[in-house]
Structures are given as structure tokens and as C-alpha cells.
Design a protein around this ligand. Structure first.
Ligand code: PEP
Ligand code: MN
Length: 336
């Protein structure tokens, strides 16, 4: 249940509501967003619901069947449109986010940004902190990389997004980029989710590689419940028995999510496929299935890339792909 508190409510009114919830063993949390609400873990009995309704400070009390409340369509039937810079994510336009896996040097970012020019890209993706399977692999440039990313933003008029892996880096990362990304491996790092809930920037929340859609939405709920309603869900493939691809892109999650949540959904076909030849088909399918955006790896010199070169498109391949995607978007009533 979500209990909306009246604007005129006093702290004593809120205390009474909380006391009643405690009496009935109903776990809950006060959320201080634009409208103050109390998120209640479970739905109370009809009798208790009536009691809650009758309390002074209560404006409305909406029972919600799913464990995620604020992220649910039941709580908010209209789509969330997230504004970052001049870009709207979750509106009619399919938003393109592209760039290298990792920030490697000033020249590398410069080359890729020039290659993306004029292709309809709104957001330059690139990571300064890399979650690598091997401790001996390139771990990212850290703060120095963030500075290069900020420079590229100024130079090329693109928004920028990057991954944050550590609670201690959230404020620093958020001070540099327009959109903060939580990677698949940290989808259930709850302390990190709480921290980005307070960071004041939109958050791309990638699906954990073995997370169910409900678990994923519960992670989104953490971010929203900690003060940040601007969550963008990113499908990036899940682990299955199939090994022809790095992960299996779960395209069905797009229409499933559209029935469960008001949050925008984007798709990363690069990390799903792990190989660049499949990216056009997967990206087109994602747009056809209703994705609000794409996150795709592009590198001006993939053979020299410090990570994920095999799944990076060359800028001219990217430009060709955008041409194809425009047609698909148009066919489903969207624009790019
Ligand atoms: C990434 O987008 O840079 C990345 C590491 O992807 P994922 O977290 O989906 O593996
Ligand atoms: Mn990568």
C-alpha cells in the first residue's frame, strides 16, 4: 500500500499513522519526495485499511498488489519522462546512447565523439570505473577518466553517462556526468542503490545477469524510495544455457515491463550479444518491441580497445545502423 500524506498534516498526524502500522506489524518507510508518502510493505486487511483512511493526515491510501510500489503502474499510470539536459527519456523519441566501453585516453574519446557526430546520438557512454572479471584486466582510468569525459561533453555538446561501482564515488561521479549508471553486477548492491537515490541525477539501472524482472524492479524501488524518481531500466541480457552469445537478450522484458512500470526502458544489445555482428538485429528488435532508448558500444579503433573491442561498432557501422533504426522507429510510431 502507498499512503499519501496531506500537505496540511502535522508531524503528530504522521506519527499516528506510523503507530497504527506498527500495531499491525506492517513494515513501512516514509518517503520525502515532492509528495510525502508512506510505503507499506504489504497490503493491510480491509478493516485496517478503513482505519488508515479515517486518520487525519491521510490524503489517500492505495493498495498495490506488487512488492514494488512506487515503480508500479498502479501507483502512477502515466509514463515517467526523464529530462536530462534538453533530452527526454521515455517520451516519443527513442534515445540513442553510444560510445566506448571504457575511457582510455583523451584522443580515444575525441575520435569516437567525432565519429558519432551528426548521427542522432544524445548521450556519450563511457566508463571510468570498470567491473572486470579478472583483477589483471584494465580497471578504468578513475577520476582522470571522469575529467576527460567532462571535457568531451563540453567539446561536443553531448550529455554523458558512466558507471559508478562504489558508494564512496557516487558524489564525485554525479558531479561530472548527466546520468549515472549502475552495472549488472551491482544491481542488488543495496547500499549503492540507496546512495544513488540521493545523488540528484537520473540513474540507468542495468538488469543483473541472473535477476528476475521483479527483483530488478525492487532494485528500482530502492532508488525511488531513497529520493530519486528518475530511474531508467536497461535490459542487457541474462545468463542462460546458450553460449552462442555472451548473454541472452531478454526482449520479452520490454513488453513485460511496460505492463508493470511507468519507468523508461532502454536496451543494451552490445553486452547481451558480446559480438558486433548481432547488434543491428537486436537493436532493431528492441526498438520494434517498444524500447525507449539504446545503449551501444562504438569505438573508433576496436582492435586496440582496452576492453570489449569485439562488441564495438565502428562509427560508420553505427551510422548505417541508425539509418535502419529510424525506419523501425517510424514503423512503430516513434522517432529517432
Ligand atoms: C557496461 O555497460 O559498461 C557494462 C559493464 O555492462 P554490464 O554492467 O551490463 O555488464
Ligand atoms: Mn563493455
Amino acid at each position: 500500500m502507498l499512503i499519501k500524506i496531506k500537505k496540511s498534516a502535522q508531524s503528530s498526524d504522521i506519527q499516528l499513522i506510523r503507530q497504527l502500522l506498527d500495531q499491525h506489524n506492517l513494515g513501512h518507510r516514509v518517503i520525502n519526495g515532492q509528495d510525502m508518502v508512506i510505503g507499506v510493505e504489504a497490503n493491510p486487511s480491509e478493516e485496517v485499511a478503513r482505519e488508515i483512511h479515517s486518520l487525519n493526515g491521510v490524503e489517500s491510501a492505495t493498495p498495490i498488489a506488487t512488492p514494488f510500489k512506487l515503480a508500479s503502474l498502479a501507483a502512477k499510470p502515466e509514463k515517467t519522462v526523464i529530462r536530462a539536459g534538453g533530452v527526454e527519456i521515455g517520451g516519443n523519441s527513442v534515445i540513442l546512447m553510444a560510445g566506448p566501453c571504457a575511457i582510455e585516453s583523451k584522443e580515444q574519446l575525441e575520435d569516437v565523439a567525432l565519429g558519432l557526430k551528426g548521427t542522432g546520438v544524445s548521450v556519450l557512454r563511457a566508463s571510468a570505473y570498470k567491473p572486470r572479471t579478472s583483477p589483471y584486466s584494465f580497471q578504468g582510468m578513475g577520476e582522470e577518466g571522469l575529467k576527460l569525459h567532462s571535457e568531451a561533453k563540453k567539446q561536443h555538446g553531448l550529455l554523458i553517462e558512466t558507471e559508478v561501482m562504489d558508494v564512496r564515488d557516487v558524489a564525485l561521479v554525479a558531479s561530472h556526468v548527466d546520468i549515472v549508471r549502475i552495472g549488472a553486477r551491482n544491481m542488488q548492491n543495496f547500499d549503492l542503490l540507496k546512495e544513488v537515490g540521493k545523488c540528484g541525477k537520473p540513474v540507468i539501472l542495468k538488469r543483473g545477469m541472473s535477476a528476475t524482472i521483479e527483483e530488478w524492479l525492487m532494485s528500482a524501488e530502492y532508488i525511488i524510495a531513497h529520493g530519486n524518481p528518475d530511474v531508467i531500466l536497461c535490459e542487457r541480457g541474462i545468463r542462460t544455457f546458450e553460449n552462442a552469445t555472451r548473454s541472452t537478450l531478454d526482449l520479452s522484458s520490454i513488453p513485460v515491463l511496460k505492463r508493470l512500470t511507468h519507468l523508461p526502458v532502454i536496451v543494451d544489445p552490445s553486452h547481451a550479444a558480446g559480438r558486433k555482428d548481432l547488434i543491428p538485429a537486436l537493436a532493431a528488435a528492441a526498438v520494434a518491441a517498444g524500447a525507449d532508448g539504446l545503449l551501444i558500444e562504438v569505438h573508433a579503433n576496436p582492435k586496440k580497445a582496452k576492453c570489449d573491442g569485439k562488441q564495438a561498432l565502428l562509427p560508420h557501422e553505427w551510422a548505417d545502423l541508425v539509418g535502419q533504426l529510424r525506419k523501425v522507429a517510424q514503423a512503430v510510431g516513434r522517432s529517432i
